[in-house]
Design a protein around this ligand. Structure first.
Ligand SMILES: [Zn+2]
Length: 409
């Protein structure tokens, strides 16, 4: 067996503690075809870090639990994830947050860091108790909803700046939605669907960049999907504003030309145009986009079985992100493997102030090929537009905090 650590100048001090592998005798004899005369080499990466997942507890455990979600994350190579606050109760006060913290302590097989909500009930009307929650949350967000009021957003940014916390924004101007549920583009026009305009995303981003400049708030934009958003962030960074952003694998690999009349193609923001997809790739290449998050958003099978118009927004992503991006971006020569690791493991931690640790790592067979099959997912959510897609790269093992969080069959 040929086991190597993926070295990079990005993390010169990363020396994973692999003693657990030798102690765990049952680990490799179950892969005799791999260990005997195989050309396959196994490679160790730092554990990936996803700053945007939905683990649905408390409140919606029929969609996902912290246990199933964190197991899915481990199978995807992650060792740290940040959980969004669109829950019930919404973590908008210390007692509400405590319910989520208790569930994380009971269910998580890795580091699961909660976001605190920005506003009470994520309703945008009254600021949440940020000060009380600050010591226990990774950052603040109303993800799932945009903060509509400029005065409210200014006040929230001032408070986050005072607390030294990142404000992570789901940018969506509800006055521009007009009942839309896919991108307002070629597919919507051809098939008679109501479209979501790009401006509903970039309008609030433009406003918030101005507010971030004025308040000094560390501002992070969730799941950017439009070419205008990329241009705005690029310009803001040139001006030295404290801004960062993420996009998700589906916005890099799909566009509205790939849509089918199925719920597994429905998420918010929607799959945009080919030009948007190309601009996002440019943003990945020139560093405008800091990191890739999955926006892993599981729902029940029934909630995703109602077609494009009526299904719930959201797809799963934790178990497919690395294989998809490795296959489509690295193996096709668009980005290097080192850049992918930077986007998935290094930059998220750097921006959110998390250390990269030697007891958080993931072991991959980069030559294994297989079709994506949702039946294999450890996530309770099975809805993905990538179902059936052939990918290369298989996670064999993930160690989180020195414990085996995932071990492949
Ligand atoms: Zn969102």
């Amino acid at each position: 067996m040929n086991l190597t650590v993926f070295k990079s100048h990005l993390y010169p001090d990363f020396t994973p503690d692999i003693s657990i592998l030798s102690k765990h005798s049952g680990l490799f004899p179950c892969h005799p075809e791999r260990s005997e005369g195989s050309h396959h080499s196994f490679i160790i990466f730092p554990g990936f870090c996803d700053v945007h997942v939905h683990f649905r507890e408390p409140g919606f455990s029929y969609k996902e639990t912290i246990l199933s979600g964190s197991r899915a994350a481990a199978r995807g190579g992650y060792t740290t994830v940040c959980a969004m606050p669109n829950l019930n109760p919404v973590p908008d006060s210390l007692p509400h947050l405590q319910e989520e913290l208790d569930l994380i302590r009971q269910g998580a097989c890795m580091q699961v860091l909660p976001y605190g909500a920005l506003t009470v009930g994520e309703l945008g009307r009254e600021g949440a108790d940020l000060e009380a929650m600050a010591p226990y949350v990774i950052a603040f967000s109303d993800d799932g909803k945009g903060v509509q009021s400029e005065a409210m957003m200014r006040s929230l940014m001032e408070r986050c700046a005072g607390l030294g916390k990142i404000l992570a924004a789901h940018c969506e101007d509800e006055s521009l939605l007009h009942g839309g549920y896919i991108h307002d583009g070629v597919y919507a026009a051809a098939h008679g669907h109501r479209g979501i305009s790009s401006e509903s995303e970039w309008g609030p981003i433009k406003r918030d960049i101005r507010l971030a400049r004025e308040t000094g708030c560390a501002y992070h934009i969730c799941h950017i999907s439009t070419k205008e958003s990329v241009a705005l962030v690029r310009q803001a960074k040139k001006e030295g504003i404290n801004v960062s952003c993420e996009t998700a694998p589906h916005y890099l690999l799909l566009c509205d030309e790939n849509l089918q009349e199925e719920g597994r193609f429905k998420m918010n923001p929607p799959l945009r145009s080919r030009a948007d997809r190309e601009a996002l790739l440019e943003g990945i290449l020139d560093g405008t986009i800091d990191m890739i998050a999955t926006d892993h958003a599981p729902h029940s099978a029934e909630e995703k079985a109602r077609g494009l118009e009526k299904s719930a927004f959201g797809i799963v992503g934790l178990e497919t992100a690395f294989p998809l991006l490795y296959t489509e971006l690295v193996l096709k020569g668009i980005i290097t493997l080192e850049r992918l690791i930077e986007l998935m493991a290094v930059n998220p931690r750097r921006r959110f102030g998390l250390p990269l640790k030697n007891d958080d790592y993931t072991l991959w067979d980069l030559e294994a090929t297989y079709p994506i099959d949702p039946k294999d997912f450890l996530s309770e959510g099975k809805s993905t537009p990538f179902e059936g897609r052939l990918v290369q790269g298989k996670c064999l093992l993930t160690v989180a905090g020195g414990q085996i969080a995932y071990e492949g069959q």
